[in-house]
Ligand binder design. Structure first.
Ligand code: SF4
Ligand code: FES
Length: 267
């Protein structure tokens, strides 16, 4: 193999093999794995390795990325069996000579490592991920104390990478399930004291394919690269749907909620 050092990196420390799942739905071929040997230098991430392959060994490899710093959420994939952001995964820290790379699960494939995230975005949209108010134009600033922000703060860190849905065993068996990302965002908005959209989201969240479909495996929270805990959000949503926390939501004025009508039958 002719070694071409990556710009900005130092000496080659070792050579590793990337085994990458290749699939092009436009070709009449089954998915297959292809192997590439690459020189690894200190600081190289899995994304750097994939881009090395694309630049020097196989231009036809497709992947998805943008920021290269763990912010945009574009480079989620399965690396040695676990969902990870490729730009945040150091090759040397994996401690392996063979790195297996698969596209995220529970999504269609656009090509190779590029998943079709339409389902993730569609479900996100269903929970109305924005502040809902009655008035069209705000008459003044909507105030919020630090403690009120704290009630949902963790869930604002979601970067929509989709890895929680990829890891979720319920999403694997039920494509209609809303999924951990959308449910966590549903909780984020109904917990915001500036929001009045509790009723508008209730039918989607409090439904068979919503909060009640989760089996609570916790895989979503395990893989989240931002420390968001969708499994916790789902438990908190269930609490809201089944106990007098619902009343608290009414009392503090966060939700313009009428008397409860349970879609799930649990009350
Ligand atoms: S909750 Fe975490 S894993 Fe799920 S989409 Fe958001 S950032 Fe990604
Ligand atoms: S490229 Fe943006 S998170 Fe990895």
């Amino acid at each position: 193999m002719q070694e071409i050092a990556l710009k900005g990196f130092g000496e080659t420390v070792k050579t590793v093999t990337f085994r990458i799942r290749r699939y092009d739905p436009e070709k009449q071929e089954l998915p297959k794995y292809m192997e590439y040997k690459i020189p690894v230098q200190m600081g190289m991430t899995v994304l750097d390795g994939i881009l090395y392959i694309k630049e020097h060994l196989d231009h036809s490899l497709s992947t998805r990325y943008s920021c290269r710093m763990g912010i945009c959420g574009s480079c989620g994939m399965i690396i040695n069996g676990k969902e990870k952001l490729a730009c945040q995964t150091q090759i040397l820290e994996l401690g392996k000579d063979l790195i297996k790379v698969d596209p995220m699960g529970n999504y269609g494939i656009v090509k190779d490592l590029v998943p079709d995230l339409s389902n993730l975005f569609r479900n996100h949209e269903k929970v109305k991920p924005y502040i809902i108010r009655e008035e069209e134009e705000p008459k003044s600033e909507y105030l919020q104390t630090p403690a009120q922000r704290e009630e949902y703060a963790m869930f604002t860190d979601c970067i929509l990478c989709g890895m929680c849905l990829s890891a979720c065993p319920t999403s694997a068996t039920d494509e209609l399930y809303l999924g951990p990302q959308a449910l966590a965002q549903g909780f984020r908005y109904i917990s915001d004291n500036r929001d009045l959209g509790f009723n508008e989201r209730l039918n989607v969240l409090d439904s068979k394919q919503g909060v009640w479909r989760c089996h609570f495996s916790g895989a979503c929270s395990e893989v989240c690269p931002k420390g968001v805990d969708p499994a916790l959000a789902i438990q908190l949503l269930r609490q809201v749907m089944t106990t007098n926390v619902f009343v608290k939501f009414k009392q503090k004025g966060t939700a313009n909620a009428p008397e409860r009508k349970s879609v799930s039958g649990v009350s």
